[in-house]
Design a protein around this ligand. Structure first.
Ligand code: ADP
Ligand code: ZN
Length: 639
């Protein structure tokens, strides 16, 4: 592990630099204090200067006389001199009109105290920054290294499975954990074997934390939670100490659940980063492994953790005997979304007209946190409008808020720009409606919202797990259609399409490099195409394990794919130019055009009928865990 040593050395040298900075600061401080530039005069010198009338601001203390005198350049110099028995001094000072004041005896004590205080403070700081963290036996850890874990008392534990909806399978899998926690001895007598660690994986906001809490609630045990990113903080050794402390606390309160959020923050593969990985993270991970191995499930403790990237976890963590139970917490399907909405709607008053099934239909791709947010936003909107209950308008607005942020009606947009935006959006809309494999268009608007100046809202039919090549190609075509429309109408293109271009390129790249959907490149999944969080080490080490030649062909194929889609969008718009222009005019006039009117202008049968005809029906996956879903067009999207 050559790299690793380098890394350690680097860390030490950073510490050394810091150390010298502190030394320097102390030195500067000590030498720059006003008192330290004081000259000490012989008493005879002092008397001469008094006689010459050169001194001022005298302070006469029992042991010492201090003040200032002017040097040859006329600069004021601080001085002090040891006081001698000199009854004449006061008279001489008065004669020369030199002002003076007397001071009580203890000034030197104060001075010393002052200096000592500073030195103690600086040494303290020194110890705190450099010495203490290196003593990683953890016993030295003061409160600082104590885990910041929050404990929830079982008696106050109010979250139960009733509060978690749409994840029935996960709940089912956690049943025996609950049984065990309720009565560990009995469970074991019956020969039950239990995992020590349960890993909940799924996208952010799917309710992993909530689920862990609910397990504690169902079992009536204490719940300790900590975020893994909190472990990896500041000083070397602290993370490991915190892990230890967390386990100690939990053991004292067993039976209990320890929940670690964002496990990937510490649990990433070791030896992965440039120069050997994050040292502190690694220590923390090692400590976690030690604790995992060191406790018996007899002790009545279950460790739960959540991650949205199970694929990056260190294999050591998920070995048998550690986090060996993996529970998927997927984004909810239609039924799940309705159930989650119901859970949260209990907290607000809904008008009878609101149908949560319809809301669930209009929110594909939303996770539990989003749905909770929809209900919350809707309640706020209703309250703001002084309504008695949340109605459909509030729900609709809330859904769009969660997708795109609040409306920005106050943003002033010039007429010229409005025209460009309208053409751009109608470009997306027309192509989205006229390509075969596209999701229904819900509405198009030029009322700005969030970051968007205008948008076309496309809501997919329900829950698809597979995406076809044609669908991805259509998606790329729709994305590029905004830019195409600008070109067709104005003969000029704007920066407004930059986000569309990014997305279209990402789709093309994914299609060719990861999904093996290009005929020219072939059915191949290439490393390095994966988007997502950049984690330097792993990504670098696996950087381009294929030839220059193939890389060039891939680039060419990506570019060709985008060009072809662009040409196709252009053809669609040009052959439907009359309808296109009508829709642009309508949009400029009304600012929002809904699905039915879009279809009417385009002379299409309404989307609703298409839906009923089941032209796109849900499929089933083969059941393999899919931590990272392909960018399937299965989410509400804005262009
Ligand atoms: P995660 O830990 O997966 O990121 P959280 O458990 O923190 O997600 O979810 C955040 C909030 O979203 C929860 O407090 C809850 O209000 C809501 N929520 C998420 N999933 C669900 C669900 N399945 N049922 C009910 N509410 C949910
Ligand atoms: Zn666009």
């Amino acid at each position: 592990m050559n790299n690793k040593n380098n890394n350690n050395r680097r860390i030490i040298s950073v510490q050394q630099i810091l150390m010298w900075v502190v030394i320097f600061a102390i030195a500067v401080f000590l030498f720059n204090r006003p008192g330290s530039q004081t000259q000490t005069l012989d008493y005879s010198d002092f008397k001469n200067k008094v006689a010459a009338g050169e001194v001022a601001d005298l302070t006469v203390a029992p042991g010492v006389i201090s003040g200032t005198f002017k040097d040859a350049d006329g600069k004021d110099i601080n001085f002090k001199t040891v006081r001698m028995e000199d009854p004449e001094l006061v008279k001489e000072l008065s004669a020369k009109n030199i002002s003076y004041k007397a001071e009580a005896d203890n000034s030197w004590v104060g001075n010393i105290l002052f200096n000592v205080l500073w030195i103690v403070l600086l040494i303290g700081l020194w110890w705190f920054v450099f010495i203490r963290p290196q003593r990683s036996d953890g016993k030295s850890a003061m409160n600082f290294a104590r885990s910041k874990a929050k404990m929830q008392d079982p008696s106050k534990q109010t979250v139960t499975f009733k509060d978690v909806a749409g994840v029935e399978e996960a709940k089912e899998e956690l049943q025996d954990v609950i049984k065990f926690l309720k009565n560990p001895k009995k469970f074991q007598k019956l020969g039950g074997k239990l995992p020590k660690g349960v890993l909940l994986y799924g996208a952010p906001g799917t309710g992993k934390t909530l689920l862990a809490k609910a397990v504690a609630g169902e079992a009536g045990v204490a719940f300790f939670s900590a975020s893994a990113s909190e472990f990896v903080e500041m000083f070397v050794g602290v993370g490991a100490a915190r892990v230890r402390d967390l386990f100690e606390q939990a053991k004292k309160n067993s039976p209990a659940i320890i929940f670690i959020d964002e496990l990937d923050a510490v649990g990433r593969r070791r030896f992965a980063g440039i120069g050997g990985g994050h040292d502190e993270r690694e220590q923390t991970l090692n400590q976690l492994l030690i604790e995992l191995d060191g406790f018996e499930s007899k002790q009545g403790i279950i460790l739960m953790a959540s991650t949205n990237r199970p694929d990056v976890l260190d294999p050591a963590l998920i070995r048998p005997g550690r986090f060996d139970r993996h529970v998927s917490v997927p984004a909810p399907d239609l039924k799940g979304r309705e159930a989650i909405l119901k859970v949260h709607a209990k907290k607000v008053k809904l008008a009878p007209e609101v149908d949560l099934h319809t809301v669930a239909k209009g929110t594909p791709g939303f996770v539990g946190a989003d749905l909770a947010n929809v209900i919350n936003e809707a309640a706020i909107l209703a309250a703001r409008a002084d309504k008695d209950a949340v109605d459909n308008d509030d729900m609709d607005e809330a859904v769009e808020r969660v997708i795109a942020g609040p409306q920005k009606k106050s943003r002033i947009i010039s007429e010229k720009e409005k025209k460009i935006i309208a053409a751009h959006e109608v470009g997306h809309t027309v192509v989205a409606r006229l390509t075969n494999n596209s999701d229904p268009v819900h509405k198009v608007t030029i009322i700005p919202r969030g970051q968007a100046l205008g948008y076309t809202l496309q809501l997919p039919l329900e829950d698809k797990f597979l995406t076809s090549k044609s669908e991805i190609l259509d998606k790329i075509c729709i994305l590029l259609a905004g830019r195409v429309a600008e070109e067709v109408v104005f003969g000029e293109i704007t920066s407004g399409a930059s986000d569309d271009l990014n997305k279209a390129t990402a789709y093309a790249r994914k299609m060719i490099m990861e999904l093996g959907m290009s005929e020219k490149i072939g059915p191949i999944a290439l490393p390095g195409g994966e988007e997502g969080e950049v984690f330097l080490g792993r990504d670098l080490s696996r950087h381009r394990q294929y030839s220059e030649e193939l890389a060039r062909r891939i680039d060419q194929e990506i570019s060709d794919t985008l060009q072809a889609a662009y040409a196709r969008a252009k053809e669609i718009i040009e052959t439907h130019r009359a309808q296109f222009d009508t829709l642009v005019a309508r949009l400029l006039e009304k600012e929002v055009v809904e699905a039915a009117e879009i279809d009417e202008i385009l002379g299409l049968k309404p989307q609703k009928e298409q839906e009923a005809a089941g032209e796109l029906s849900p499929h089933d996956t083969d059941g393999a865990p899919q931590p990272e879903p392909a960018p399937a067009p299965q989410q509400a999207e804005l262009f």
